[in-house]
Write a protein that binds this ligand. Structure first.
Ligand code: DLZ
Length: 158
């Protein structure tokens, strides 16, 4: 989670390798769509800005963050996909299911990455309010989508 001390979009370019031959899958939750579309834009632009080719990036939508794990698995199991970025937003004030959804998607995404031995990135905002979500989806705390893309790129560099 971003704080006032750390803008999510700040990162070191030094570790970014040539990713022009890498293929990315991005899974986008449709719940809190305005936020997740901003996350997607940030992730896409960051991949392109760092050398990824547009035709090497595919997108899959899922209804909510709970479904990100399975959507991520559908992309991770594709042999030509090198890394998967999962983007969602679960707002605590709006759901009693907050803890269940957050736990499930964090565990699910972790399991998919381990199962397919590929970076599967947790780009899920878990704020208390919608304003906090906007602040982290292209607002004053940067864009978690950018951060998720950079994380994927860095993991591919190991
Ligand atoms: C049901 C639900 C609720 C109440 N809130 C959110 C949310 O804030 N963010 C989100 O991404 N998804 C939410 N969902 C939908 C669940 O993720 C899931 O799609 C449904 O429970 C169906 O499995």
């Amino acid at each position: 989670m971003a704080t006032s001390l750390k803008n999510l979009s700040q990162h070191s370019e030094a570790n970014v390798k040539d990713i022009s031959n890498k293929r990315f899958g991005i899974v986008v939750s449709e719940w809190n769509e305005e936020v997740t579309e901003s996350l997607y834009s940030g992730a896409l632009e960051t991949l392109l800005a760092n050398g990824a080719k547009r035709e090497h990036i595919i997108r899959k939508n899922v209804p909510g963050s709970f479904e990100l794990s399975l959507g991520g698995q559908w992309l991770a199991q594709l042999e030509d996909i090198d890394a998967v970025i999962c983007l969602g937003c679960v707002i605590q004030g709006e759901t009693r299911h907050f803890d269940f959804i957050c736990d499930a998607v964090a565990n699910g995404i972790t399991q998919v990455g381990l199962k397919y031995n590929k970076p599967v990135i947790f780009g899920v905002l878990t704020p208390n309010t919608q304003q906090q979500a906007f602040d982290r989806a292209g607002g004053k705390h940067g864009n978690k989508g950018d951060e998720a893309a950079i994380t994927a790129i860095k993991m591919l560099g190991f």
